[in-house]
Design a protein around this ligand. Sequence first.
Ligand SMILES: *Cc1c(COP(=O)(O)O)cnc(C)c1O
Length: 393
Amino acid sequence: MKHKPTGFNATAVHGVGQKDPLGSVIMPIYQTSTFAFKNADHGAACFAGESDGYIYTRIGNPTIRDLEKTIAALEHGYDGIGCSSGMGAVTTVYMTYLGAGKHILSHNAVYGPARGIMEGTFRRFGVESTYIDTTDIENVKEAIKTNTALIYLETPANPTIGISDIPAICELAHQHKIPVCVDNTFCSPYLQNPLDMDADIVLHSLTKFLNGHADIVGGIIVTKTEADYKKIRPVMVNMGCNMDPHQAFLTRRGLKTMGIRIDRAQENAMKVAEFLEKHPKVDWIVYPGLPTHPQYELGKKLMRGPGSMMSFGLKGGLISGKKLMDSVQLCVLAVSLGGIETLIQHPASMTHSKLSPAARKEGGISDELVRLSVGIEEAEEIIADLDQALAAV
Ligand SMILES: *Cc1c(COP(=O)(O)O)cnc(C)c1O
């Protein structure tokens, strides 16, 4: 390519120079488990890391590499590590930086399974964890321990939409030589680049905005430095948390339109938020685009836009929430987010149901909380559906 793409959409569309040798405009699906070496010396060089030739798909594959390189460019990172799922990415990061006697510090409303695997599985291997409200940096200051080996943020966090001050927490963490990983799934690199705010590692569930079409599950890790990349990549490879080429192909295709999808979803979300805010049956709403959001100013500083995720509370609590779920007709009652279709869900009975009521309360997940991922349908049609469903509550 003569012109090296610089804009977000140009980079997402054209990628960063990984080209098919036969000239195919779209990177094909290299549906192969293994790659033939040219000769014994070439095989030896590949294994020694002296040649960038491909060896075996768990280790690397051209279709996956194209996706990894492109997302790394969009996140302003050194390189990317594709994973089987978002949780594959989370687990790979945990496995790389934690071990017996080490401690992780994280947000109390972090993605449910990211906390569940820590408290349920990593604890058995002697890893300590503390979950706090990281939207208040004082809590972070107090919770850092001498054995803290990773600060794991999710901002905005799922599903309370709480925003943590990435640059301030990174500064604090680095004073203690603790690496910071940010789950950037809710924003995508289109709206927020944690590595530019001094985070060391960023990860995504590709299942959400990056693929955007609710037809794959995938994950990725992007590091700021070569050193972190070289630490994490072998862990992913050896655990077998790798992507598969077909999954990478679909994600690569979805990624091309991410900028325009998010522009549209965000425009819709603002209209939906303004509608909900005024609705008499809605008790409260948290959306980074509304000045009533508790970290509204911080959100404007960290994020290029408020995104399309919001949570709201219905008057009447649990019963009203369930009635709303049963009454929507266009909005799809499903977990996940960041797709082209509007999705609605109820964390207390769904994503966070395995947490104890006390842990839910501590994470700010009340029984009446409803989460909405606004899609790209006509805003009027989404609002009309919510309007009729609220009338039934
Ligand atoms: C969905 C999600 C994950 C997990 O991703 P999977 O692809 O489902 O494994 C992690 N973090 C956040 C914020 C998510 O929304």
